[in-house]
Design a protein around this ligand. Structure first.
Ligand code: LLP
Length: 727
């Protein structure tokens, strides 16, 4: 606990209290093991950092990895903090908690493609880049997504922070960051790139640092380097010093004196003219949390005394992993003198490394009583796991005399929720018909997909019909083949496409869509409405949800049979684009609303020879290599009547959601039609809502219309690809 911070855990009437709540009472009600956090301790920690560094008014990005609980994050976000993240999952949690993307910095030596794309789409503040390959990938993905990226390079200054070797990150032998020479080369590459903007420099020396020297030594090196960059014409706007501020785990051991640190670095940072970014984690949440555990048994072996408690190394791994010291307190204040006993406090896990204290003198402890393991707000729950099939503890927040469960205790059911047993594996041993020889060489999932029965729901949205399947257990592995088999009208079920609802790491679920020809478009507005209705009907989500598509995240809201979906902000590629088709030239408007659309306004839409015109425009050289969808539209009394030729279906469909959006936006730009634009399609009516920013940009674009269930069924899969293979 930092020396100057008031503890919010104290004894009153011989009971341990968190703020004004007796901890024992919460333990009785919620059960143990249990993490308990003090709201005011968290707030004090944050404000202490703000106060210490106030002369520099830094951006304080809370290091979410210390504790990613949504409520704790929300408290800090509400105080004005940003977030330091390391993964796509942390980005997701940070956004869910309410950290604005403009205050999120992303470090980590192994960011993968999916994570970088996600961060680019969310337009986060800064990528703290750690290798040349990562920089190349960010640039490539920025180009693909047409989204610029702000870059700081993470420097490894080769400074020893004198902390545990597992949490030392700024020494040359550590995997983190770049050395100065390499960074110099990379900064000039960043400077040249049209999509990358060099904005800052980053370093993070390690964690639980208790002396000022490492920070000052590293800053000295960084400042010299900034001078060099300045001479080369590069002025960086941000210096990010990372986190690492140490706290006091043991009585008598001092935390990092952040007032002193702030005082010493003030002139250095001032000299650079840059804004300071800090990334504290432990300093904010560490002292704000305790782990409450109940003593199960006491036993002696020779001179050894064991206190066996109901928390294990899976709930709190710091002692096992780093030999970390955490004070252990009784919830009942010990009576004065009573002679201490030297004990090992150990957990129930089947490992001898499962301990919280070794050979530690503690006041007399009895079976059944509760203990508090102190300063466990940081890197404790966030590093917990379920080894020995032990569900993770509950988390509780206390504020004055109130408390809330902010994360339920995991249940046994939670332990198996991600798993599935492929039933076929066992039925085949019993000689079930599904173990037919002709299929036996196929991957398990695919074989199941082609041997049914597969439950599906047929839905239609404005005349676009879809076979929708809950594929969270991934039994359909080959979407294109499945779609080609099942979509044909006479020999399959018949549909404009297949929608697979799959698991997502960034949203409530993921939508994958396959055309009858097996191609996979990035997005389909009517399909999106149908899958949102399906997910709601099957109670997979509530009325509002978000789901992932290949063209980004979609938000939806279901009201009875009407579904409104928020679409990705569109990009207007070209207005008044003239194309020549041999028999004359045609002018239209090219927009990307998740997929490309070429919109042509005509006097009488019914008179257009759509199959002919559509197919010629769809493959026109101007739209190569991907081709485009083609929409013809006629405006009458503020309503747009439209017809679409769909790429992939290669024919006219009764309606197309992304086409409706493209047409509505083009109608606004060309004919000043206001939101909501009413659209009439062969399959029904749609409304397109949007907000305009500037002359050509649209935000908050959403599409609303009916999405209705046609019927439910089971596909028996007799018309299978297997029989074709055999032939
Ligand atoms: N910034 C970066 C880039 C980081 O990697 C970290 C922590 C921080 C900031 C926040 O550091 P803090 O202020 O919390 O010290 N599991 C270990 C600690 C690992 C720290 C990882 N990086 C432990 O339990 O001690």
């Amino acid at each position: 606990m930092p020396a100057n911070r008031k503890s919010h855990f104290h004894y009153k009437a011989r009971q341990l209290f968190c703020e004004e709540v007796p901890v024992g009472q919460v333990a009785e009600e919620v059960g143990t093991p249990l993490y308990l956090y003090s709201y005011n301790s968290l707030i004090d920690g944050y404000r202490e950092v703000c106060h210490a560094f106030s002369k520099l008014s830094p951006l304080i990005c809370y290091s979410v990895k210390a504790n990613a609980n949504l409520t704790l994050c929300r408290i800090l976000a509400t105080e004005g903090a940003g977030a330091d993240i390391l993964s796509g999952g942390e980005l997701y949690k940070a956004l869910q908690a309410g950290f604005p993307p403009q205050k999120i910095v992303f470090a980590g030596p192994g960011k993968n493609k999916e994570e970088i794309e996600y961060a680019l789409r969310e337009n986060i503040f800064i990528f703290n880049v750690e290798s040349p390959g990562e920089l190349r990938l960010i640039e490539k993905l920025s180009r693909q997504l047409n989204q610029s990226a702000k870059i700081s390079l993470r420097i490894n200054p080769d400074v020893d922070p004198k902390t545990h070797r597992y949490i030392t990150t700024g020494k040359r032998e550590n995997k983190f960051g770049l050395d100065f020479d390499e960074a110099e080369k990379l900064y000039s590459q960043v400077k040249k790139s049209p999509l990358l903007e060099p904005v800052g420099i980053h370093f993070h020396l390690g964690s639980q640092i208790t002396s000022l020297q490492p920070y000052l030594r590293a800053l000295e090196k960084i400042l010299d380097f900034l001078e060099l960059l300045k001479e080369k014409g590069l002025n960086l706007k941000y210096v990010d010093m990372g986190g690492g501020f140490g706290i006091s785990y043991e009585e008598g051991k001092l935390p990092l004196n952040i007032m002193d640190l702030a005082e010493k670095i003030y002139p250095l940072i001032k000299k650079t003219g840059a804004k300071l970014i800090l990334e504290p984690g432990r300093f904010l949440v560490g002292p704000a949390g305790v782990l409450i555990t109940q003593v199960l048994y006491k036993k002696n072996r020779g001179k050894k005394r064991f206190i066996i408690v109901d928390a294990g190394m899976n709930d709190l791994i710091r002692p096992s992993l780093y030999g970390a010291y955490h004070q252990i307190k009784k919830l009942k204040e010990p009576h004065g003198a009573g002679s201490p006993e030297v004990v090992d406090v150990v957990g129930p896990v089947c490992e001898s490394g499962d301990f919280f204290a070794r050979e530690r003198p503690l006041p007399q402890i009895t079976e059944g009583e509760y203990l508090a393991i102190m300063d466990t707000g940081a890197y404790c729950f966030s590093m917990s796991f379920t080894y020995n099939a032990r569900p993770r503890p509950a988390e509780v927040l206390v504020k004055k005399d109130q408390w809330w469960i902010i994360r339920e205790r995991e249940t046994y059911k939670d332990l198996i929720k991600e798993e599935s047993i492929p039933e076929e594996l066992f039925s085949s041993f019993r000689g079930s018909p599904s173990s037919s020889k002709s299929c036996s060489a196929r991957p398990l999932g695919e074989k199941k997909a082609l041997s049914g029965p597969i439950p599906f729901t047929k839905l239609q949205g404005s005349g676009n019909d879809f076979i929708v399947i809950d594929n969270r257990s991934q039994f359909i592995k080959n979407g294109p083949e499945f779609s080609r088999t099942i979509c044909p009208r006479k020999i399959g079920i018949g549909a404009d496409g297949v929608l697979l609802l799959e698991k997502s790491r960034v949203a409530d679920f993921k939508m994958r869509i396959f055309n009858p020809d097996g191609s996979e478009p990035a997005m389909c507005g009517n399909g999106a409405r149908c899958i949102a209705r399906f997910a709601h009907l099957k109670k997979i989500v509530g009325e509002k949800c978000s789901f992932e598509t290949l063209s980004g995240k979609i938000f939806s809201q279901v009201k009875k049979n009407r579904v409104r979906i928020r679409m990705k902000d569109p990009s207007i590629s070209q207005l008044n684009l003239e194309i020549n088709l041999g028999d004359g030239s045609y002018t239209g408007h090219f927009l990307d609303t998740g997929v490309p659309h070429f919109v042509l306004f005509v006097p009488e839409v019914e008179k257009i020879d759509l199959p002919k015109m559509g197919s010629r425009i769809r493959y026109h050289g101007k739209f190569q290599p991907e081709g485009t969808n083609v929409d013809f539209a006629e405006i009458k009394d503020d309503t747009v009547r439209m017809r679409t030729y769909e790429r992939g279906v290669e024919a006219e469909t009764l309606s197309c959601g992304t086409g409706a959006v493209a047409t509505a936006l083009a109608a606004n730009l060309v004919y000043a039609l206001n939101s909501p634009v009413k659209i009439k399609t062969g399959g029904g009516d749609l409304k397109v809502y949007f907000q305009k920013s500037g002359t050509h940009n649209f935000t908050q674009v959403s599409l609303e219309g009916k999405a209705e269930v046609v019927y439910e069924g089971k596909w028996e899969g007799e018309v299978s690809q297997c029989s074709k293979d055999v032939m």
